[in-house]
Every structure is written in structure tokens, then in C-alpha cells.
Design a protein around this ligand. Structure first.
Ligand code: GLN
Length: 593
């Protein structure tokens, strides 16, 4: 950020006052209201799903909503976090690498977000330190309060100005009492104080314990959790109780009593079958009207918009409910036990299933030990195969074996990012006869590096930050399957997160072998979508993009939808013919096709 922007674009700051309350230029007091969702008792309650559902039911009312997640960690973004520990790294259109919760918001709200919507402590402290070096604190000692909290408030008000939203929807990561998040709670208390009455609505998501030995719900942990919030000077307006079963009247009364929250605003958020039911569950509990009342937003609400949004959503639920057939799609990866690292992939399959009227069963296939000898046994029953994104050597050869099996046995196949690259490697080796073909990510000195780093990227290699990130336009070749799937659009926008790509000098050779590159970058020979023609395979498609990241419940990604539809067609994959060749593959007799 430029030093000019850091220092000049704010008002209300002087060395005379104890209130360090920077306002961005153009900020209109009272225009934007704030909903703040916090967690208590424990993490892992589905705060992201709860928050995004609450944001959705406000948006359904015709309100404009700008969500923001406040993360306690010191990383500047989520790019360096291990997805097997923290869940998938979600990439926004502007290239921001962020927490997977942002994906939940984008899907629930059907709205693209940007780096404005993701705040980490690292970003906050970074800005504070930059300002300090620029003399931005007017000779004052720089303190957690008011300067660091001031920076948090500034970020939220900047979001309010840029989005012009009716509601900035703030989710604080972690739970009340965490040291790393404490200053966010303080910042929110200050914000509500400064903005005045009817400007902020605090919602606490808590947990009601139900010890099996007692067989009854206990509210003490929730009481203590909310007391910790009160100690921060924050009086919640709404208490949402997670739990296995509907929270009893007795427990709700107890919580109301101890927390000063009216009984009808202590609501049960017990487990339900599908996350898509949560918006209606919240509406049923009166959460939407409670927020509108608390923030006095009545005159900004549009009932017709809400009716329409509810009808569209219930249509989706009906389709999901009525899905009477199943298909089984294999996801082949190296650590398939950690589902959160494939969150968007799972969602994209779910969206496609609802749209196509089927339930999608996912079979997790660990490729670490997958070989030509056992592949038929492991993949033979699948209706479709998905090879998701990934990094590194481990399991890569197994993945290549899986692609080959899907290609040769006409199993519908979709490769994503790394999956796209390995599909190219497999084709180069087994169809084009380029023995030892590989990605330089896997074998740096392989004889045929069909996947490599582009020359200009090589120049910046080693400087860090050399991933190709975010939304890019993709030109789709007319007359291809991709063209058809994208409803005959010739340019589409997709999301990327990769460092390696198809080495241009092999393109001609691969095409001569029968591979079709049906999507390319408009201005550079970067291959983005590949496919086999319909007469060669019922559905063999791969993309360098993370197509799952732009899939939405009401608008499934076309490539995922294509896979699911092809899988339905392929309900009986092992015809006699196919199982025979599978047997011969198992004994290693199969010649290259
Ligand atoms: N490892 C590959 C690359 O860096 C693929 C990345 C991915 O699948 N997200 O290009």
C-alpha cells in the first residue's frame, strides 16, 4: 500500500485526542451496520457455515452484505498454511489466498469476495508498523489500544466504504478468550461504542454439552463462555446454541437469565441433515427479523426479493431431497483422509449432484500405493474419477496410473490443476511414446519435461510469490466439449493457483497424439483446459484451474456437472469388454493405446 494512502486517506485523528478513531475518506456514519459473530466454549462448531447462512438470509431480504473474516494468526495470508492442518487454501478472484471459510461465504452468498474481506493479525500489525515508520502516529507511543484496535476498525470502515454495504458482517476466528484474538473483541466493542446505538449486533455461537452418562443438556460451559464475552464489555444480542439435539426450553431459559438476552433470542442451532437447511432453520427461529429489529434496518428490506430468493433455494433443496439415484465418484489423492483439504471439491460435486438429480457418493482413493497391478481392483467400480489439485512427489506415480486406467477404460474423468498436469504426463508417456515424460516439479531432470515453468516465471523463481494466482480469462475453442459445457461461451473466467504448466514446445506433439487443448490463456500459450474428443472417450477432461472454487449451489461449475452427468451415463462401468482389459492391465499385458 502506498504511504500516501496509509497516512492521508483518513480523518478524525489528531494528537490532541485520546480517541484514535481513523475514518476512511467517504465514510458515512449510520449507512453501514455491523453484525459480529463470535464463538464460545470451543471451536469446530461450524461458525463459518452458521455465519454465512445468517449473512445469506440478510442478503435474501435485499440487503447488501460484505462479509469479513478476522483471523488471529500472524501470517499475511493463508498461502503458506498446510491444507492438511488448516483445510484448503481458498483463492479469491484478486489472487488472495485465504481461509476456506471465505469459500463458504462465496458459495452461500453467491458473491465474489476480495482481499478486503480477509483480515489477519499479520496484515493489521504490518500496517501499524509501516505507519509507525512513516511517522503516522504523531509522536505518540504505539499501543494495542487505541492504535492496533484502531487499525482493525479502519479496515472494517474501509470495507464499508468500498462495498457500500448495508451490513458489514464480521466473523472473529477462534473463540472468546483466545489470546491471539483478544484485541479483535476489544476493537468490536470500541466500534459498537463509536458507531452508537442500533449500529452493531453481536451474535455468540456457543455449545450445549450433553454428556451421554447424564442424558441431559447442560448449560454451564455456555454460561461461562458468554461470561467471558461480557467481561470483554460485549453484551450479546443473540445467543445461538449448537448441540446434537434441539436445545430445551429449560436450558434456553437458564442462558437467557444468565446472559441478559431475551428468551426468543436464545435459539437452538442443533445438528441438521444438510447445511443447505440452515438458512431456513435460522429464519424459522426468527434470526433475520431479530437482526433487522436490532439494527433498525426495516426500511431497507425488500419482501419480494426475499420471496424470490427463498423459492429458488427451496427448489434446490427439493432437487436434493428427490435425488433417487446414486453415482460413485473416486477422488484420488495422497492424504484423502483429511476432507477439509478438499472442501470446495466436495461442494462442487454436491452442487452438481443436486443439479443432475443424483446423490454423489465419494470414494477416497489413496494413490500412494496405487500400481498397475492393483488399479483395476481399486477403481473398477467407479462411475467417475476426479484427480484433484496437489503438490509434490508423493503419490504422483499412483495418480498417473489412475489417469491411465480412467482413459483406457472409458471411466469419466476430471483432472484439476495437478490432476490436469498429470493427465498431460500420462498422455505424453503412454500415447505419444515420450518415455520418462514428467513434470519438473516431480523429477527436475526428466527426459521430457512436459510440465515446466514458463520462461518469464523462471526468471523470478527463487524470489517467492511466483505462483499464478486468482481469476484469469480463459479462451474456449469453438466446437469442443468444453465449449458445449460452458454453454457456447468463448471466454470464461476461472481461478488458478499453480506454478507449473504445459511446456509449449510439447503442445504440437500432444495434439498430434489426439489431445485437444480446448481452453487457453487469451494472450499467452498457457494451456488451461484439455479434453479427448467424444469419439475417443465418453468424458475425459482436465483443467489447470480450480474449477471447484467458482462452483455455487445454484450455479454448479460446468466441468464438474459434466463429470457427474457422464458418471450417470456410466452407471455400469465394467462391461465385459472393459473388465477384460482391466484384467489384462492388472497383469501388465496391456499395450499402449
Ligand atoms: N503443484 C502444481 C503447481 O504448482 C499444481 C498446483 C495445484 O494443484 N494447486 O503447478
Amino acid at each position: 500500500m502506498s504511504s500516501e494512502h496509509l497516512l492521508n486517506n483518513i480523518s478524525n485523528v489528531s494528537d490532541e485526542t485520546e480517541f484514535y478513531t481513523p475514518r476512511p475518506a467517504g465514510y458515512r456514519e449510520g449507512k453501514t451496520k455491523y453484525v459480529v459473530v463470535v464463538g464460545s466454549v470451543m471451536s469446530g462448531l461450524g461458525k463459518g457455515i452458521f455465519s454465512s447462512s445468517l449473512a445469506k438470509i440478510l442478503k435474501d431480504k435485499g440487503l447488501t452484505v460484505a462479509p469479513v473474516k478476522l483471523e488471529g494468526y500472524l501470517n499475511l495470508d493463508s498461502g503458506t498454511l498446510n491444507p492438511y492442518r488448516h483445510g484448503e487454501v481458498f483463492v479469491l478472484d484478486d489472487g488472495m489466498e485465504c481461509d476456506m471459510d471465505l469459500g463458504t461465504y462465496e458459495r452461500m452468498l453467491d458473491q465474489n469476495l476480495s482481499r478486503r474481506n480477509f483480515v489477519t493479525s499479520g496484515q493489521i500489525f504490518n500496517r501499524v508498523l509501516e505507519k509507525e515508520r512513516l511517522g503516522g502516529y504523531l509522536g505518540r507511543d504505539v499501543l494495542m489500544i487505541p492504535h492496533v484496535t484502531g487499525e482493525v476498525k479502519l479496515r472494517l470502515r474501509e470495507l464499508a466504504v468500498e462495498s457500500d454495504a448495508d451490513v458489514v458482517f464480521v466473523e472473529i476466528g477462534g473463540t472468546v478468550g483466545d489470546v491471539e484474538n483478544a484485541y479483535y473483541f476489544e476493537a468490536m466493542r470500541e466500534l459498537a461504542f463509536e458507531e452508537g446505538p442500533d449500529s452493531a449486533c453481536f451474535v455468540v455461537l456457543t455449545y450445549i454439552i450433553e454428556p451421554p452418562a447424564l442424558g441431559e443438556q447442560k448449560s454451564k460451559a455456555a454460561q461461562l463462555g458468554i461470561r467471558a464475552l461480557l467481561e470483554c464489555g460485549i453484551q450479546p444480542h443473540i445467543v445461538a446454541c449448537r448441540g446434537r439435539h434441539r436445545v430445551t426450553q429449560k436450558v434456553r431459559e437458564k442462558l437467557a437469565m444468565y446472559t441478559n438476552v431475551p428468551l426468543d433470542r436464545v435459539i437452538s442451532m442443533h445438528d441438521c441433515e444438510s447445511i443447505y437447511l440452515i438458512p431456513e432453520m435460522l429464519r424459522g427461529a426468527g434470526m433475520d427479523t431479530a437482526v433487522v429489529d436490532i439494527l433498525k434496518l426495516h426500511d431497507r428490506v425488500h419482501p419480494e426479493a426475499e420471496q424470490k430468493a427463498r423459492a429458488t433455494w427451496s427448489d434446490l433443496l427439493r432437487k436434493q431431497r428427490e435425488a433417487d439415484t446414486e453415482v460413485t465418484i473416486g477422488i484420488a489423492g495422497k492424504y484423502t483422509s483429511v476432507r477439509d483439504s478438499y472442501a470446495s471439491v466436495i461442494k462442487a460435486l454436491e452442487h452438481s449432484g443436486a443439479h443432475a438429480g443424483v446423490r454423489v457418493n465419494i470414494d477416497w482413493i489413496d494413490t500412494t500405493d496405487l500400481t498397475e497391478a492393483n488399479v483395476a481392483e481399486q477403481l473398477g467400480h467407479l462411475n467417475g474419477l476426479l484427480l484433484p489439485g496437489g503438490f509434490g512427489v508423493r503419490g504422483a506415480e499412483g495418480k498417473i496410473v489412475a489417469v491411465r486406467f480412467a482413459r483406457e477404460h472409458r471411466i469419466p474423468f476430471l483432472g484439476i490443476c495437478f490432476g490436469f498436469q498429470l493427465a498431460v504426463v500420462e498422455f505424453a508417456r503412454n500415447v505419444c511414446g515420450l518415455a520418462g515424460a514428467n513434470s519438473r516439479e516431480i523429477v527436475p531432470d526428466c527426459p521430457h519435461p512436459v510440465i515446466d515453468i514458463l520462461p518469464e516465471q523462471k526468471a523470478i523463481e527463487g524470489l517467492g510469490g511466483n505462483m499464478r494466482l486468482g481469476g484469469r480469462d480463459v479462451s474456449i475453442k469453438a466446437g469442443t466439449r468444453a465449449h458445449q459445457l460452458f454453454n457456447f461461451a468463448t471466454e470464461v473466467r476461472m481461478r488458478f493457483r499453480h506454478r507449473w504448466e504445459v511446456e509449449p514446445k510439447y503442445i504440437e506433439r500432444l495434439e498430434a497424439g489426439g489431445l485437444v487443448f480446448s481452453g487457453k490463456a487469451p494472450d499467452y500459450p498457457i494451456m488451461q483446459v484439455l479434453e479427448l474428443p467424444a469419439d475417443a472417450h465418453p468424458y475425459f477432461l482436465a483443467t489447470q484451474a480450480h474449477a471447484e472454487m467458482t462452483s455455487r449451489p445454484l450455479r454448479p461449475d460446468p466441468l464438474y456437472l459434466g463429470l457427474v452427468r457422464a458418471a450417470i451415463e456410466n452407471k455400469h462401468p465394467m462391461t465385459d469388454d472393459a473388465s477384460q482389459s482391466a484384467d489384462s492391465a492388472a497383469t501388465g499385458e496391456l499395450t499402449t493405446s
